[in-house]
Design a protein around this ligand. Sequence first.
Ligand code: NCD
Length: 312
Amino acid sequence: MKQNPFLAVDILTADQFTKENLQLVVRTVKDMEKLVLKKGANDILKGKIMTALFYEPSSRTFGSFITAMQRLGGGFIPLQGVTYSSVSKGESLPDTVRTFANYSDIVVIRHPEVGSAKIAAEFSSKPVINGGDGVGEHPTQALLDFYTIINHFGKIAGLTITMVGDLLNGRTIHSLSRILSQYNGVKLNFVSPKLLKLPSELKSRLELHKIIIYECEKLSEVLSDTDVLYITRVQKERFTDLGIYEKLKHHYIITTDVLKNAKKTAIVMHPFPRVGEISMDVDNDKRALYITDQMRNGMYVRMALLKLILLP
Ligand code: NCD
């Protein structure tokens, strides 16, 4: 393998992560964790600037990219919300991206339209990271989710991973399932209401791999075999008919009672924000990793990616 396949590369889809290059990512993430725990920060990215160009709300992705850059000694241009940028004056995405590519060394973009990160990358003279493009993908979230799973279990092959909720619109699900499908013997359960099933073209793509896919509506059908329970919110902002959203939003609620039927060794994950899918009392269950490992890993993974893209 080339020494650093991520150098100066755009990160647009989770398909870019292969079993081979993921080993390098995992090693680098572990280095970042050690760095933060031992010293908090260093200055390997001193003199580098990251633009965080966010057209959609974000707490964790935005915040963890900013702190990742700071912990490596770099600077940043934080653009969250469109009201104070010239986007509200009708500036096009290509013009905005070209502007900030001139000011900085890397651009992280979140945008409501599928394919927007790809368009940004076409116009940017600097590497672009997709921080979520509408209902499309969210590759860096997938990376931190993948890392959380492999760091906990020491493997991916052979695990049963159950994704629950809005599989149609949830971009974290789309990207994570793309990464996981490369590992032999993985079983992916997709649990959702009929209206929110995984997009059929994604399902067909996953089926090309040597994994087992099972779709159903009832979590109880698959919970007791599950190693990773990955639950997501119903993506309100993607609904034109809010009446349908209201009917579906609390289709699945994970409570301590529900978890009584899960394996003792299972883990519970959620990309957040949660809006009622997991009750607060689950937070104290040692299987709940969403506020601990999963969130911290978000910062370490983004530190690792910034280092790999910006330094030879
Ligand atoms: C997710 C997103 O934006 O897609 N949030 C995140 O980045 N952690 C999930 C969501 O909004 O439901």
